[in-house]
Design a protein around this ligand. Structure first.
Ligand SMILES: [Fe+2]
Length: 531
């Protein structure tokens, strides 16, 4: 095939870091397109009921804002419930899936069928390719299910494989899909999204510039933990060059190949489909387990399978992923759940040759006050594993009117005008986390920390945008005050930026090393391109 004539046998093939891929879904996916445990048609009815009532609920919220009523007004609950019941009773399509109404004693009933065997049915219908440099866009339609094969192809174009290996991957998808992948490859070439190099030394560069047990902050909640000569990734949310900001950014081919990827929860800034689509597919992905579900669950297996991964390991709370010299243990993740859905989610402890690192992500107290501290989770892990050297935790302080939450339609309508925590981590709570963990260093992360991330999200504070940060956090407890509280407890505090490196010191402590020059994305790109 002609495409292969454009490469030399010895060349390593890669995608340029400004090539951007976005999967296109059949129909606009609802926020619950990937939730299992409830039939999709039931979700559609719940969604529709919420949609129809949304304007009335927004009017009620405006009344609160204008001082005509108070959010705590007990009348709200019955008003929304009655309007909801009236709507459902008036429409057969909604009645079919939702049972609601008031009993003789005035109690409001609201039910929909939970069915553990139900799995989401999302299919991607195409791929959009954008060259971030030329701004040229191309659409690539799927005439049959082929996302996993596309994910495999994109994953193998990471600059560590020669042409023959790429050809092998194409051959492995079968005679039906192979010509389509060749066609995609041709489109990539035509759009100037392919690069070739005589070298493949990005992995070696990372090894030469990090130490065993270093933790590198990849921006937001993304971490790379070096384990011997390998790297474990946690929640990688990377951005192609010039996609969200006019600057080079850390992107898949500029990182060492992960030995495993750990995901804490389903939010898009922790499970980023665009990043995962381009990651190598022959690595295990460790995800929260359905065994920890209450009713509903995010179907990681379906989503990651669609992206091309085949080693998807569900790790339930308390279960361990062993490695030579230690384990990664899954721990319960509390909170960041305004509507109390309690989808399974994980925090992780890396217990590595006597050094413990706790990856808390956005976990914090739930609406009813449960947390890893209160439930004794952290105390227990210290009892079993010893003190934690470094804690990585978010400092976001977000509330949400439940009606505005993406999960509102799956929560009782009578509570829509209540306030729900959406990751509300006070200084006092985080101080308790650090003290229970007996931590030496508290790292504040998962609130941006990289200039290349999008700047329209309420939990991303881009460096260089102090006024934007001031607006977002004007009524928060001062985040920097946590540093003072922790110092009194003998724990250091660090607000992390992308490319900070956390390095073990010989005295059993940890130091923060600035990696912004060594791991500057332009420099990483030059490692193999000579650019
Ligand atoms: Fe989150």
């Amino acid at each position: 095939m002609a495409i292969w004539n454009s490469f030399r046998d010895d060349d390593y093939l890669s995608l340029v870091p400004w090539a951007r891929f976005d999967l296109v879904s059949e129909g606009a996916p609802s926020p619950f397109s990937f939730v299992g445990g409830v039939a999709p048609e039931v979700v559609a009815s719940l969604h529709e009921a919420h949609r129809v009532l949304n304007n009335s609920v927004e009017a009620a919220i405006t009344d609160v804002f204008e001082g005509r009523s108070a959010l705590q007004d007990p009348a709200f609950r019955a008003l929304v419930e009655d309007a909801y019941a009236e709507l459902v009773q008036s429409r057969a399509d909604l009645r079919q899936h939702i049972r609601c109404g008031r009993d003789f004693d005035g109690t409001f009933r609201w039910e929909f069928p939970i069915d553990p065997s139900q799995r989401p049915r999302v299919k991607f219908s195409g791929l959009q390719l954008v060259n971030g440099l030329t701004k040229q866009a191309t659409s690539f339609d799927f005439d049959r299910p082929m996302t996993p094969a596309v994910g495999k192809l994109l994953g193998v174009l990471d600059g560590t494989h020669r042409m023959a290996e790429v050809q092998q991957v194409l051959a492995s998808v079968g005679p039906d899909l192979e010509p389509r992948l060749v066609h995609l490859l041709e489109a990539l070439k035509e759009q100037q999204c392919m690069a070739t190099s005589a070298r493949s030394s990005v992995g070696a560069y990372w090894l030469a510039n990090t130490h065993d047990r270093d933790v590198v902050h990849l921006g937001h909640a993304g971490l790379a933990y070096r384990l011997g000569d390998e790297f474990l990734f946690f929640d990688p949310w990377l951005v192609p060059w010039f996609a969200e900001a006019p600057m080079p950014s850390l992107w898949c081919g500029l990182l060492p190949k992960p030995a495993a990827i750990f995901l804490t929860h389903e939010h898009g800034d922790h499970l980023d489909r665009r990043t995962l689509l381009q990651m190598p597919k022959d690595v295990p992905v460790i995800v929260p387990s359905r065994r920890n579900r209450r009713a509903l669950y995010y179907d990681y297996r379906m989503v990651l399978g669609e992206l091309g991964f085949s080693q998807i390991i569900e790790l339930a709370h308390g279960e361990r992923w062993p490695f030579d010299g230690g384990v990664v243990e899954a721990l319960p993740f509390f909170g960041e759940d305004p509507c109390d859905l309690e989808l399974p989610r994980n925090c992780y402890l890396v217990a590595d040759r006597g050094r413990n690192t706790l990856v808390q992500a956005d976990s914090g107290p739930t609406n009813d006050g449960r947390s890893a501290v209160k439930e004794g989770v952290i105390e227990d892990l210290v009892r079993r594993n010893g003190p934690v050297l470094t804690v990585f935790a978010s400092q976001q302080q977000l509330f949400e009117v439940r009606a505005r939450s993406v999960s509102a339609c799956l929560s009782p309508p009578g509570r829509w005008l209540e306030r729900g925590e959406n990751g509300y981590l006070t200084n006092a709570y985080l101080e308790q986390v650090a003290v229970s963990a007996k931590a030496r260093l508290f790292v504040s992360y998962a609130t941006g920390g990289a200039a290349w991330l999008p700047d329209n999200l309420p939990f991303v504070f881009g460096p260089g945008r102090p006024a934007g940060r001031a607006l977002l956090t004007a009524y928060w407890e001062p985040m920097e005050r946590l540093g003072e509280l922790l110092r009194l407890q003998g724990c250091s505090y660090h607000y992390s930026r992308a490319l900070d490196v956390f390095r073990a010191t010989p005295d059993g402590g940890v130091q923060v090393v600035d990696g912004s020059e060594r791991f500057d994305p332009s420099r990483l790109f030059g490692v193999d391109s000579g650019g």
